[in-house]
Design a protein around this ligand. Sequence first.
Ligand SMILES: Nc1nc2c(ncn2[C@@H]2O[C@H](COP(=O)(O)OP(=O)(O)O)[C@@H](O)[C@H]2O)c(=O)[nH]1
Ligand SMILES: [Mg+2]
Length: 316
Amino acid sequence: MGESESVKGYRAGFVSLVGRPNVGKSTLMNAMLGVRLSIATPKPQTTRNRILGVRTVEDRGQLVFLDTPGIHRIRRGRRLNRAMVDEAVRAIRETEVCAFVVEAKSLVQRPGQPLWGEDADIAEQIAAAGVTCILVVNKVDQLRGRAQLLPALAALGEDSRFIAIVPVSALKGDNVGHLEGVLLDQLPEAGPLFPEDTLTDRAERFFAAEMIREQVLLQTDREVPYSVAVEVELFSENPRDGALEIQALIHVERESQKGIVIGRGGQRLKAIGTAARARLEAFFGQHVRLELLVRVQADWADRPQDLSRFGYEEAP
Ligand SMILES: Nc1nc2c(ncn2[C@@H]2O[C@H](COP(=O)(O)OP(=O)(O)O)[C@@H](O)[C@H]2O)c(=O)[nH]1
Ligand SMILES: [Mg+2]
């Protein structure tokens, strides 16, 4: 992916972040970038697209992260879910290094066989793809003591599929700097793949939509988070006062969901707008005027034309 001249000692390449939903892949990428680029919430399906984040470490190298939707067994066969899993599997194949993220508390449940269930399946898929894999044990802050991890780490130390095992807390930033060094060491010697001040390859509009969707996820429950897509219709800088003017449509699948998102007397939509605006202003460093509308678009998550309109790719 991209050619550049090789600089002595400088390393560069792509690192995919894979794992079950909710293990902390997006939080980890944000911790390494030092920016909240990829939205992260306790809800499943928070990350739906692959998101590229570039971390340049001065004089040492460049890590190009691909944050992916989680890999999980598809129980509900919706097109959106399939597209998400395909995206993650594709990312593994396209990168030179894979950071496989698991949760500390699930490893300690079965120390003799620490990777079980879906984690075991994902480990198999990574091994089959033949990429270098680093096992990242996240959320160590949730354990009562680090000693709890030792039996699982001993068992995993025997597992030749992993070139290194690194415990971290993405949320607290513990050991994230060490992980960065471990990942860099695995990349090939090469010059930077992107200009050194690059953060991502996606357009600003995409992040605006994501930050609005993040607030909808955080402020609604039950089926709504699965049924929401956000489409930015207007994204422009007002030449008079330099403010960003953003108009977005929040698509839901049913009238009842529209009612939930709007809330009594419009209260919830107002709260979503206020929080999203604060987040957008922090991200873009500009004053933002935000207008949100809610529209019912039945079954968009099953319709190929809507999936591509909302930025979700299907495998060719
Ligand atoms: N306690 C704790 N929570 C974390 C950590 N990393 C992520 N989380 C939380 O786990 C949830 C899912 O994180 P997210 O990054 O969206 O997971 P993803 O689906 O794998 O991308 C969020 O509520 C995060 O705040 C961690 O190191 N410790
Ligand atoms: Mg995520």
